[in-house]
Design a protein. Sequence first.
Length: 288
Amino acid sequence: MNMKDFSKLIKTRLTVLVVFSASISFLIGSKVANGHIDWLNWVKLIVGGFLVTAAANSFNEIIEKDLDKLMKRTMDRPIPSGKMNTGQALVLGLGMGMAGTYLLGSLNLLTGILSVFSILLYAFAYTPLKRKSPIAVFVGAIPGALPPLIGYVAAHEKIDEIALILFGIQFVWQFVHFWAIAWVLDDDYKLAGFRLLPTGNRNTGSAVITFIFAIILVPVSLLPTIYGYGGYYVGAVSLICSLIFLYQSFGLLRMQTIEAARKLMFGSFLYLPIVQLMFLFDFIGKVK
């Protein structure tokens, strides 16, 4: 096994996005707690969050190893391609999971508990549900939205309104994001028996439901400003980003093509970091 195979096992790009989300929320939580940022704890969060997410992804690939062989985009992953066996992946996953949980738990108990919960829900609830029902996306959206909550709690040790707002934005965003990906990859997913689009197929129903969640995201993205935790800057940027996202969702509804879904997918990659960073900068400005 080389680093490229290890990177595929832990889904490095996804893991980095997760850690980024948690790290931004940690900085916000630090400002709420006492205005002081403990940079050592920030590093612990990043390393621990990376390890926990990598472990969850490893368990996911162990469970889906036979299904990954059936899909073009996953057949070259280390386990289905034979570059790594299940035992090796399990040892790596358990090692990363325990080390990551220890680091996050050293920040405070609630952070450690939430990290364990995220691994269990992602690997052992969401993963097996993917072949059974589109409800898997709703289940998966919970661990998918936990990183900002974990990051915030790591600094503030309390689930308050700001924590729930950070969780809520990422929770709602995920549906549009994931259904855009599912639309693009639907043919490949169905080779493994995954039914992840809202209706199970690329059709008007799936496009309508995706569009509805994009509409819901507009007011949810404005919650920082509505509740007074962010100013007009984050409100304006969030509104613009949400309306662009909504327009891209409408494009999918109108055209119902893979190309329209791909545009929405790339839009989703930009949406979340922009909104989260803007919330951070505006919040810090208000605190000062």
